[in-house]
Design a binder for this molecule. Structure first.
Ligand code: FA5
Length: 350
């Protein structure tokens, strides 16, 4: 019987010698130590042996099995190493001491302007929050005092998922969650709610030089006792003067949004044409930039805040439009073009 284990061992070693690939190795593994492999078959022959023979033969087969296992593992490592070496030999050689001469990408103008706004508001004590792009109908509309058949929904048609959720049409969709997150600290510790939440928004609408179907907004809210329109105007003015570092002509006019009362449209004089009128501002000389207003009592209530005790303001800054004005981008569609050449001309910031 000892001859048989020796024969299987020699055959195995010869076969292993010729193995070149992982597939071949696997084939040999199955052939020798698989369920019906040569080594496994040897064990089946034990039934014809005496008890004494069974003991020595069993031990010999086990030693062989371990040996086969070890040799296969060793070969696997060897093949892996060869694969890595082959892969490395295919890589182009380069001299790491050569000065880098590669063209570097630049930060997207929207990223730059978003970071700048975050910095400004952080320095004024606002928390920066992140919120999902897929939201519920309740978050995007109902919690904002826009029931199912309210005409205000027509202004914000968006993309709906089969499960009833939707891609958020405005950053206001996060308001309800923010109120709920901070309301306890407001009521129990007297900490005002001060948060901004930038994010990507989606609308199913025709595109032109100042409208995209995918764009960025940055929402901001502040809730406390005795918050008034003066607070709102102060924060808006500070933000704009910090972003542009110069005096910007702005106008505030009444605007309707079901989630604020009163509501305003804050426009800035178009910096592309200097207020003369151009496609970027729909030839009006003004660009709608940051609608805002005092948070509607129903919206505070939906967020778990007592509107008889607390008031607040909210704004929805058009970040994409702000980037257009700051970096002189005439057509909003360039910002989504994905063209490094186009985008890098707007900014040198790397
Ligand atoms: C809203 O989205 C409100 N949620 C804003 C708001 C928040 C009002 C809080 C009051 C209180 P509106 O649809 O106007 O409002 O959009 C706000 C800003 O987003 C616009 O002024 C504009 O700067 C930008 N914006 C809107 N639609 C587009 C679009 N299709 N492409 C690029 N920017 C857009």
């Amino acid at each position: 019987m000892a001859d048989k284990t020796t024969e299987v061992r020699l055959n195995f070693m010869a076969a292993l010698e010729n193995v070149q690939t992982m597939d071949e190795l696997e084939k040999i593994r199955v052939e020798y130590i698989g369920k019906k492999g040569y080594v496994t078959e040897l064990l089946k022959e034990m039934k014809n042996l005496s008890n004494e023979e069974k003991k020595t033969f069993g031990q010999a087969v086990n030693v062989l099995k371990n040996e086969v296992n070890d040799k296969i593992a060793e070969k696997r490592e060897e093949l892996k190493q060869k694969e890595i070496e082959l892969e490395n030999s295919r890589m182009p050689e380069f001299d790491i001491s050569t000065p880098a001469n590669l063209e570097r990408g630049s930060y997207h103008p929207i990223t730059l302007v978003q970071r700048q706004c975050e910095e400004i508001f952080r320095s004024m004590g606002f928390a920066v929050e992140d919120y999902s792009e897929i939201v519920t109908d309740y978050e995007c509309f109902e919690a904002l005092n826009i029931p199912k058949d309210h005409p205000a929904r027509d202004m914000q048609d968006t993309y709906y998922l089969d499960n009833g959720q939707l891609l958020k049409s405005h950053t206001s969709a996060a308001q309800n969650a923010i109120y709920k997150k901070y309301k306890d600290a407001l009521v129990n510790e007297g900490k005002p709610i001060k948060a901004i939440f930038p994010g990507r928004c989606f609308r199913n609408e025709a595109t032109d030089a100042c409208h995209e179907n995918t764009f960025f907004q940055m929402e901001g809210v502040m809730v406390d006792k005795d918050i008034s329109i003066s607070n709102l105007i102060f924060f808006m003015k500070t933000m704009l003067s910090e972003v542009f570092q110069k005096d910007i002509k702005v106008r505030l006019r009444p605007g309707f949004f079901p989630f604020v009362e009163p509501g305003f449209e804050l426009d800035i004089s178009c910096l592309i044409c200097g207020g003369e009128g151009c496609p970027s501002c729909k030839h009006s000389g003004w660009l709608e930039l940051c609608p805002c207003g005092m948070i509607h009592p129903e919206v505070l209530k939906a967020g778990g805040i007592d509107p008889d005790e607390y008031t607040g303001f909210a704004f929805g800054l058009g970040l994409t439009r702000l980037a257009m004005m700051k970096y002189g981008v005439k057509d909003i569609r360039d910002l989504n073009s994905g063209s490094l050449k186009t985008l890098s001309q707007f900014t040198d910031d790397k």
